[in-house]
Design a protein around this ligand. Sequence first.
Ligand SMILES: Cc1ncc(COP(=O)(O)O)c(C=O)c1O
Length: 223
Amino acid sequence: MSHSFHPPQRILMGPGPSDVSARVLGALGRPTIGHLDPLFIELMDDTKQLLQYAFKTQNELTIPLSAPGSAGMEAAFVNLVSPGDTVIVCQNGVFGGRMKENVERCGAHAVMVQDRWGDPVDPQKVEEAFAAHPEANLLAFVHAETSTGVRSDAKTLCELAQRHDALTIVDTVTSLGGIDLCVDDWGADAVYSGTQKCLSCVPGLSPMTFSRKAVARIQNRGD
Ligand SMILES: Cc1ncc(COP(=O)(O)O)c(C=O)c1O
């Protein structure tokens, strides 16, 4: 016998999912409109602009992917990594390990920069990894490592990648809306997040933004 599910009222105290704002819950109860409705197009443009505001970016390609943060991560890697590439991946908790799996599934080589869980990514080690692997064309790191609550210095890491002509993939799943996040100021190239953490929305959407350099790399891929 089927019956409706009525979740109990809980106060969510973990790093996410977080309590969903009453405004969001209210909006979810409004009618559905068709995807070709002119109002839908307006809503899409509005959503894009608000995401640009949240990410602090002018990037044209700024969208909510209809999928969780893990799919945002996968979308960033599969679009930017070609087989045979060398990618420097920083790991100071759980999610750097997931980035490594993504790189390897793309048929690329992951050069791991390891830091102790609980410590931020050490830019000096990243510098050394670039010196040892001048062929690396991408640097990937997690801005706020959810498993430990540690923030890494995204601006310094992005600058370092730019000096080595590498693009950056930055995981901001637990930082967007919670701590300073300045995509354009950092010069970050592919940045993804999730809606169920500091944005206080329901799970299942991954806001993403790609710089012009990232879009150019995607468009010029030969594979
Ligand atoms: C830093 C980080 N990256 C990626 C993910 C994956 O996001 P999702 O659970 O929405 O797939 C999480 C989820 O906790 C996360 O904290």
